[in-house]
Design a protein around this ligand. Structure first.
Ligand SMILES: Nc1ncnc2c1ncn2[C@@H]1O[C@@H]2COP(=O)(O)O[C@H]2[C@H]1O
Length: 476
């Protein structure tokens, strides 16, 4: 990047279009964007470098162009590398405005977590270009939002102002993960606009209802009479299950899954083929033995948070026996959120707001209850799809043309999420399946609380297809 004094008008236009990718820059007026493109300086720092030190006077404001920085309360920023869940700012964010706006010392340390590129606006340019007016507006926006929340109704304005200076508004597009693991967050997340979903990855093999249901399927006279693999079964769910593609993306992007090398596996826990190896296809769980192909996990939505709601993490404020230590994922449906560090909130909160926070802690269904809900919904979907096929299909077929399947599709995401009981049960004791599917290493994460989980890698599914008698026959 050329030095500011050497930039021509053309350079500034080009730079301005480059900077559009930064959300914190993008929403400024085009006039201000142009002025900033004139004065902005480029700096890059390596991992561990402190950009802004707590307690020091502030002379610059920063846009984070690429990389990631942590906000810490210690002066040297070292806590960011030992904290389980440091406050992180990613590409597109801005920081360092408070010291300039309020004439105070830096309220936090900003340390680089990786190679980071920054665009710097120095004090004189900051005020000369009226960036202070824009950033004051942002501060006021956060303050006004917090004022609307009942949780802060007993707080004095000065405290709300202090909190609003120590948080940021973050925008997440549809499907983007806001929190990978709710167990590992130190913040209270407030939804300002839009909505988000709280999901729980339920390992069905750990749920008694799943085993009960499987044994019921095995005992069913229908399944013993007609155990033939039925390709139509798999078609039933295609396009039915909401969000499965989105969940696939979560699994692919999740750093934890990447670390455990998410596999497109064709053998999926099945060691070898043939009847001799039948034993190897069976896994033991505390609820009995099942074919390893039936080891499955499913993401289930357990709550939807709308504007004004918050995801509290007040677990340590509630009695031990009421604590819910399960990991959950918070996914955006297109949302704007404000995260406030739990510790900061608790240190500033009065008795009333602490009690309110405690009551916000929701009780969610157990994994087994979630499993039951899933199986019920699955049954209903099966019935609904069969019924629609029975009534609509003969007419629709006349007028529509089935699109040709894509040649050599590497992984059919639609069918990959369907556990087809009829094909699985018949093939599990014979040849290893050629079917491709995703393995979810949900049980590999060894934490003390998780030690009771069996050490298998369940397959990520969204539906289970079972063989059922034709509705047409039943209705005749
Ligand atoms: N909790 C927080 N979340 C995000 N950014 C913060 C937080 N606390 C402080 N900051 C930013 O860190 C900056 C440190 O320097 P300033 O006080 O100038 O401005 C501060 C804010 O821009």
């Amino acid at each position: 990047m050329k030095r500011p004094e050497w930039r021509t008008e053309e350079d500034m236009k080009l730079l301005r279009s480059f900077l559009q990718v930064l959300p914190s820059y993008h929403h400024y007026s085009s006039h201000l964007q142009f002025l900033l493109a004139k004065v902005i300086r480029y700096e890059s720092f390596g991992r561990g470098r402190v950009v802004v030190r707590k307690g020091q006077p502030g002379n610059s404001f920063y846009f984070l162009y690429s990389g990631c920085v942590a906000v810490t309360m210690d002066e040297d920023g070292s806590s960011a590398f030992v904290d389980e869940a440091p406050v992180l700012l990613h590409s597109g964010s801005g920081f360092g405005e408070i010291a300039l706006l309020k004439g105070l010392d830096r309220n936090a340390t900003i340390v680089c977590m990786e190679e980071t590129e920054l665009l710097v606006v120095d004090r004189e340019d900051f005020f000369a270009n009226k960036l202070d007016v824009e950033l004051e507006k942002e501060c006021l926006y956060r303050y006004n939002f917090l004022k609307t929340l009942d949780l802060f109704s007993t707080w004095p304005d000065s405290l709300i102002e202090m909190i609003s200076e120590r948080c940021k508004v973050e925008k997440f597009h549809h499907g983007q993960v806001i929190i990978w693991d709710t167990k590992e967050t130190n913040s209270i997340t407030f939804v300002n606009k839009g909505s988000c979903e709280l999901l729980r990855l339920v390992d069905l093999t750990t749920c008694p209802s799943y085993h009960k249901w499987l044994s019921h399927q095995a005992d069913s006279p229908i399944s013993s009479q007609i155990p033939k693999p039925n390709p139509i079964n798999r078609k039933r769910f295609e396009g039915v299950m909401l969000n499965f593609h989105q969940l696939e993306k979560i699994v692919q992007k999740n750093a934890y899954f990447r670390q455990h090398q998410l596999r497109k596996d064709s053998s999926a826990g099945i060691a070898g083929g043939g009847r001799k190896d039948a034993k190897k296809h069976i896994i033991s769980t505390c609820y009995g033995e099942i074919p390893s192909q039936l080891s499955a996990a499913v993401y289930l939505r357990i709550n939807v948070l709308h504007a004004g709601d918050c995801l509290s993490v007040a677990q340590h404020l509630i009695p031990e026996h009421l604590k819910d230590n399960r990991s959950m994922v918070l996914v955006s449906n297109g949302a704007e959120v404000v995260r406030i560090e739990k510790e900061k909130f608790i240190n500033s909160a009065d008795y009333e707001s602490l009690s309110k926070l405690r009551t916000l802690e929701k009780e969610y269904p157990s994994d087994d209850q979630l499993c039951q809900i899933f199986l019920d919904e699955n049954r209903w979907k099966l019935f609904k799809t069969d019924l629609v096929n029975l009534i609509v299909d003969p007419y629709a077929k006349k007028f529509t043309r089935t699109p040709k399947p894509l040649a050599q599709e590497p992984l059919n995401l639609k069918s990959a999420g369907i556990l087809d009981l009829s094909t699985t049960c018949t093939s599990s004791l014979q040849e290893p399946s050629k079917m491709e599917f995703k393995i979810v290493p949900v049980c590999k994460k060894t934490r003390q609380a998780d030690t009771e989980l069996p050490h298998l890698q369940p397959r990520l599914i969204h539906s289970i297809s079972v063989h059922r008698p034709s509705l047409k026959v039943l209705l005749q």
